[in-house]
Design a protein around this ligand. Structure first.
Ligand SMILES: Cc1ncc(COP(=O)(O)O)c(C=O)c1O
Length: 461
């Protein structure tokens, strides 16, 4: 079924070599003194094969919601190859053709936005906005309006600035001290309302809390707010429809830049091009990475309004009055070449509609599972982006111990289905199983995923 471009000897040696030389992300390595880590060797569509020959259905798009158009896309590989042979790199101080073409096509999908700034990762794309906010504070507000508000449970990246803006205690634990001027406000998860209220009889207190936080800090000190449109690694939390209009109004009132981090939702995951497009909101800055090129090349984008861009060219007589930032690899043309072809595929294969339709089917199946398994407390999501919380009992909503989702994910893996879970994010609440299959996913694959989870729940609880 899968293409085979590597010889068997390489497969045999892969585990041992990996054990001897590689330091993996997010893993405690002690167990690898007894066993090999998983080494992935082939991929096609939503299927993967490891070095031992075991095959998997990938329900998490490369582990971290990235491979949106699926594995083995020859047209993307070819587009990257042809571009690299023609012109592989020049620093982004100059232009290149795929970057300009991609920026044009991307902005067509984002009415109201005006400029694209390229870099290499989601964290970096976010850092760019933090720097823009801080520089604008200097250019316009005597340096004072430099604080950045972030939300409990959101994740914004691995670099120290992005981690400072992250609302997940366990991700940050032991990596401080953090960057100054980042301030947290409450999450928007109705199931675990931070204000002890119920949706329908509340004032959307989670959104109103932004105003209290701005007033507490001092409006003349707050420059920006960063939010995930739908919290991803913090537990898959789509806000209610009223949330963003309130947030928007408060940001406008206090002249606070609204920065949305679309690193997970960006390009189709939720059934629209971007997560924010489900809501009535007009951000000033939008960041994206992962699904932009589906993992075929490294690329991230910081997209701003034309108005925000214009403020950086207002005074050319001032030597410091422009955005003095650079990322070397933003000049590699592999990223935009891959992104252009990725975008074409999503459009021509109608993958937004598929994400919506198959996503609705996934949600129905998860709700059926909830009927069957008392351990499922809440099911959440949008499009092909879903999560469900595991609880000890539905009345108290006490989260299960982290060992339970770990066991369920391991049991699914045994059955050849890769799922994910909230992982060392915040104390007590590492209890959410997460699904983000590729946008090409059909009902048959959903059935396979659901059946594996069903069996795993039976075996593990
Ligand atoms: C919402 C969000 N923002 C930013 C990032 C960081 O992206 P990267 O790992 O490409 O730096 C991630 C990564 O998971 C993310 O989920």
């Amino acid at each position: 079924m899968l293409v085979n471009q590597i010889n068997e000897d390489q497969y045999d040696q892969a585990g041992q070599k990996d054990r001897d030389y590689v330091w993996h992300h997010m893993l405690q390595h002690q167990p690898f003194e007894q066993k090999d880590p998983m080494v992935i060797v082939e991929g096609k569509g939503m299927r993967l094969k490891d070095a031992t020959g075991k095959e998997y259905l990938d329900a998490v798009s490369g582990g971290v919601w990235t491979v949106n158009v699926g594995y083995g896309r020859e047209s993307i590989a070819r587009a990257v190859y042809e571009q690299l042979v023609k012109m592989c790199y020049f620093a982004n101080t100059a232009g290149n053709i795929p970057a300009a073409d991609f920026a044009e096509k991307l902005l067509e999908k984002m009415p109201g936005m005006g400029r694209v700034y390229f870099s290499n990762s989601g964290s970096e794309a976010n850092e760019k906005v933090f720097k823009m906010v801080r520089q604008l504070a200097h250019l316009k507000h005597g340096g004072k309006k430099n604080k950045i508000i972030f939300r409990e449970r959101d994740y914004h990246g691995t670099t120290l600035g992005a981690l400072s803006a992250t609302g997940q205690f366990e991700r940050k634990n032991q990596y401080g001290p953090f960057v100054e001027g980042f301030v947290e406000f409450p999450h928007c998860c109705c199931y675990r309302c931070a204000f002890g209220k119920e949706y329908g009889s509340c004032d959307i207190d989670c959104a109103q809390a932004l105003e209290s936080k701005i007033l507490e800090e001092g409006p003349d000190t707050v420059g920006a707010l960063i939010l995930e449109p739908i919290t991803a690694g913090g537990g898959v939390i789509p806000p209610v429809a009223e949330y963003f209009p309130i947030i928007q109004e408060i940001c406008r009132k206090y002249d606070v830049i609204l920065h949305l981090d679309e690193v997970v939702c960006g390009l189709g995951r939720t059934g629209k091009w971007f997560g924010y497009q489900h809501y009535d909101v007009k951000p000033d800055a939008i960041t994206m990475a992962k699904g932009i090129a589906s993992g075929y090349a490294a690329i991230s984008c910081t997209v701003t309004t034309e108005d925000m861009f214009t403020q950086f060219k207002a005074d050319p007589s001032d030597r410091m009055h422009y955005f003095r930032d650079i990322s070397t690899y933003a000049g590699c043309t592999a990223g935009p070449a891959a992104a252009l072809e990725n975008l074409r595929i999503i459009k021509e294969e109608n993958l937004l509609q598929n994400a919506k339709d198959t996503g609705d089917y996934l949600m129905d199946q998860l709700l059926d599972l909830k009927e069957k398994h008392q351990i499922i407390g809440d099911v959440r999501g949008k499009g092909l982006f879903a999560g469900f919380e595991l609880v000890k009992d539905r009345e108290s909503k006490t989260p299960v111990e982290e060992a339970v989702p770990i066991k369920i994910a391991a049991e699914c893996l045994n059955q050849g289905v890769m799922i994910s879970r909230t992982n060392r994010s915040f104390p007590l609440y590492n209890n959410t199983i997460v699904l983000s299959p590729a946008l090409i996913c059909g009902k048959d694959e959903i059935d396979e995923i659901i059946s594996a989870i069903d069996k795993a729940l039976e075996l593990s609880t």
